[in-house]
Design a protein around this ligand. Structure first.
Ligand SMILES: Cc1ncc(COP(=O)(O)O)c(C=O)c1O
Length: 398
């Protein structure tokens, strides 16, 4: 029997850090997980009574199955309404419902690029695109985020990376794991680049509801970019990753939007992958999303403050306070830092799980962690992390 070349390329084994993590957890030792950012585990769940009533209502509507490959019209209408207060005049005709943002990316990649062609993504990034690009048979190319300037987009570098094989620009804002939020001016500059090279923009806004700067989220869909795919869903916004409901809002020049939707409708029709019950829940969840985010936002703001205070006392690290999302990135000072060895040491000695930056395609000597943790636990965990880094550095220097 033979497997495909793709099967051979996909990584078969868990990496060293997670093998170590499994060992530590099976020994019964408590590990403070500074990675998973599972809000439900922190006590933040979508209001349960409301969810039950939305579910019961949806169940009553699912008796007759009449699938629409773009998604139920009533759900698409509710999603379009979500964008209108942000000044984006969306209509149900511009929305495609998907089983989550990861699959939204896959649809976009399949629509826009042929095997061997390129998608331009930010570096660093949440490790998602590589496998999706691999499955779609595409190549990734990267543009820089500038750490010294709060991880802002290096637009000159971005433009210099565009080649004749580039088929789309990916923007993630709020960005995971740096917490960068792209401002209006950089987005307009990005849109100008997209116009000059006639490229579509894929705007990942899954952290759109979690901003700490007080301003509204600047959105590529509000710029003159020729074609924009705005990706979002309920995994973060409503704390319901298991519902598997996401969407793509298409905007820009009409003929391109129309053609894109024709193709995406066919892609979606091949699988009809979105659960009917979940689609009937869309309006209710969107209407109640504020009830979920209401207490969560100040809680996250406090988490961010605790992280900022604690990490500022740690002379061995530098960081930019995140402007959105649940994650932050640390730069560990010193000449040669083997970040994977450091993470393993932190796990063994301090009982703290953080990620090495290379998981996110970062330059050496970076760590990634979440600050969405119960306040006291967060403070203790960060203290343990800082102490662990100090001890590790002492040993390195001696
Ligand atoms: C930036 C970003 N985009 C997309 C996703 C995946 O979203 P979904 O759960 O809707 O597939 C994640 C998951 O954490 C993410 O961090």
């Amino acid at each position: 029997m033979r497997f495909s070349k793709l099967a051979d390329r996909l990584p078969a084994k868990r990496n060293r850090l997670y093998r170590e993590y499994e060992k530590a957890s099976s020994s019964g030792r408590p590990i403070r997980d500074l990675i998973s950012a599972n809000l439900a585990e922190q006590g933040w769940v979508f209001p349960q009574e409301r969810l039950q009533s939305i579910l019961a209502d949806a169940a009553g509507r699912t008796r007759i199955y009449r699938p629409d490959p773009l998604g139920l019209r009533s759900a698409r209408e509710a999603i379009a309404e979500f964008y209108r207060p942000a000044g984006i005049p969306a209509s149900a005709e511009q929305v495609l419902i998907t089983p989550g943002t990861s699959l939204s990316y896959f649809y976009c990649f399949k629509l826009l690029a042929n095997p061997g062609e390129e998608i331009l993504c930010p570096r660093p990034s949440y490790p998602l695109f590589e496998s999706i690009a691999e499955l779609a048979g595409l190549q990734l190319r990267y543009y820089r985020l500038r750490e010294s300037r709060g991880w802002e987009i290096d637009l000159d570098h971005l433009e210099s990376q565009i080649s004749t094989r580039t088929r789309a620009l990916v923007l993630i804002s709020p960005h995971n794991p740096t917490g960068m939020v792209a401002g209006s001016q950089p987005l307009h500059d990005l849109a100008a680049i997209a116009c000059r090279h006639d490229l579509p923009v894929l705007a990942d806004e899954v952290f759109s509801e979690f901003l700490y700067g007080g301003e509204a989220l600047p959105r590529p869909a509000a710029t003159p970019a020729p074609l924009v795919f705005t990706l979002n869903g309920f995994s973060k916004m409503a704390g319901l990753p298991g519902l598997k409901l996401g969407w793509i809002l298409l905007s820009g020049r009409q003929a391109r939007v129309r053609r894109s939707l024709e193709v995406m409708e066919l892609i979606s029709d091949t699988f009809l992958p979105v659960n009917d019950l979940a689609q009937h829940m869309v309006r209710g969840i969107l209407e109640s999303r504020e009830a979920f985010a209401f207490g969560l936002r100040p809680w996250l703001l406090r988490c961010r403050q605790i992280a900022g205070d604690r990490l500022s006392q740690c002379p061995d690290v530098r960081f930019a306070l995140p402007r959105g999302g649940f994650y932050l990135t640390l730069k560990v000072g010193g000449a040669e830092v083997d970040e994977e060895a450091l993470c393993i040491e932190l796990l063994r000695q301090s009982g703290v799980l953080a990620h090495p930056g290379y998981f996110y395609d970062m330059a050496p000597a970076h760590l990634v962690l979440t600050f969405a943790l119960q306040h006291e636990l967060l403070d203790r965990s960060l203290k343990a992390l800082c102490d662990g880094i100090r001890e590790w550095k002492k040993r390195q220097d001696s």
